[in-house]
Design a protein around this ligand. Structure first.
Ligand code: F6P
Length: 329
């Protein structure tokens, strides 16, 4: 079987490890892998990965040393043309012309929406792997890249705490997560932050100001507030400006971590997850699955139909918010 693999949407640490697993499992079992560069955009432009021998099929050696490398060697993109039926039909024709019988897209909800649309025009099998730092997909406990993004954010928070302590300041640290507080909550808990603002729970500024006064009275000299970029009241800069005119008792600074959370060498957890899911996706394709995402729940391999991965908001573990508050005291 000839399998196409590509990365799409925001890059996530571990995508390379996932492609490596796809190639090693597929080629090792006698199948062919076409690496499609730049996601759906590259597919529409027939931009395929070419080996040093000039051939477009990936080999076992094509992915040597990929497991530990950040970013994505296949490159990625967000593609407007593919959102149209004409773009999807064009992609289907290209896949047929190149004899590609199955696809393994690695990405987030946008990537899987695209896969659902493509399946309306193309008969090949599609099994996705969850690759996004946001951890906002149902059907898997964790997405590829989340662990590394949290590690990066916690390292930053640890460093910022040093300067916050030295100046007796409060820092508002903004982390990624357009619609999800996963990175924020994990960073807050692991980074021993005092408070966290996320899209899933109402952000009540007067209550936060009261809490900050209490923390000050209890002798806290520095405060770390983790803000998810998608908080309904706004990002860290907006919250800073509003807290400033609302009687915040601390001198404040803002730190927006931004895209550095998407870079860097993947953690062992992300490499493990990516390797297991890449392998699982190939086996699922070979067993005839299609229209599904390969995931791991409680260590067990599962397949979830694409629409179910993004139809509902992935809830945060209920105890984490209250634990942050308990531990901050
Ligand atoms: O979906 C991953 C993500 O990093 C989000 O957390 C963030 O809001 C978004 O991508 C940023 O996208 P871009 O790099 O296109 O600005």
């Amino acid at each position: 079987m000839r399998i196409g693999v590509f990365c799409s949407g925001g890059d996530a640490p571990g995508m390379n490890a996932c492609v490596r697993a796809v190639v090693r499992t597929a080629v090792g079992n006698g199948h062919e892998v076409v690496g499609i560069r730049r996601g759906y955009q590259g597919l529409l432009e027939e931009d395929f990965y070419v080996n040093s021998d000039g051939k477009p099929l990936m080999t076992l050696r094509s992915v040597s040393d990929w497991a530990r490398r950040g970013g994505t060697f296949l490159l990625t993109s967000r593609c407007e043309e593919f959102r149209t039926p004409a773009g999807q039909q064009k992609a289907a024709a290209i896949l047929e012309r190149h004899g590609i019988e199955a696809l393994i897209p690695i990405g987030g909800d946008g990537t899987f929406h695209g896969a659902v649309e493509l399946a309306r025009h193309w008969k090949g099998h599609i099994v996705g792997c969850p690759g996004t730092i946001d951890n906002d997909l149902q059907g898997t406990d964790y997405t590829i890249g989340f662990s590394t993004a949290v590690q990066t954010a916690v390292e930053a928070v640890d460093k910022i705490r040093d300067t916050a302590e030295s100046h007796h300041r409060m820092f508002l640290v903004e982390v990624m997560g357009r619609h999800s507080g996963y990175i924020a909550v994990y960073t807050a808990l692991a980074g021993a932050a005092e408070t966290v603002c996320i899209p899933e729970t109402p952000t009540n500024l007067p209550a936060i100001v009261r809490e900050l006064h209490e923390l000050k009275q209890r002798g806290k000299s520095s405060v770390m507030m983790i803000v998810a970029e998608g908080d309904e009241e706004g990002g860290a800069q907006i919250l800073h400006d509003r807290l400033k005119v609302s009687g915040c008792p601390f001198s404040m600074r803002v730190m927006i971590l931004g895209h550095m959370q998407r870079g860097g060498s993947p953690t062992p957890e992300d490499r493990m997850l990516a390797s297991r899911l890449g392998d699982w996706a190939v086996h699922a394709v070979l067993e005839g699955a299609t229209g599904v995402m390969a995931g791991l729940i409680g260590g067990t391999r599962v397949l979830t139909p694409f629409p179910e991965t993004y139809a509902q908001h992935k809830p945060l573990p209920a105890d984490l918010m209250s634990l942050i508050a308990t531990l901050a005291s």
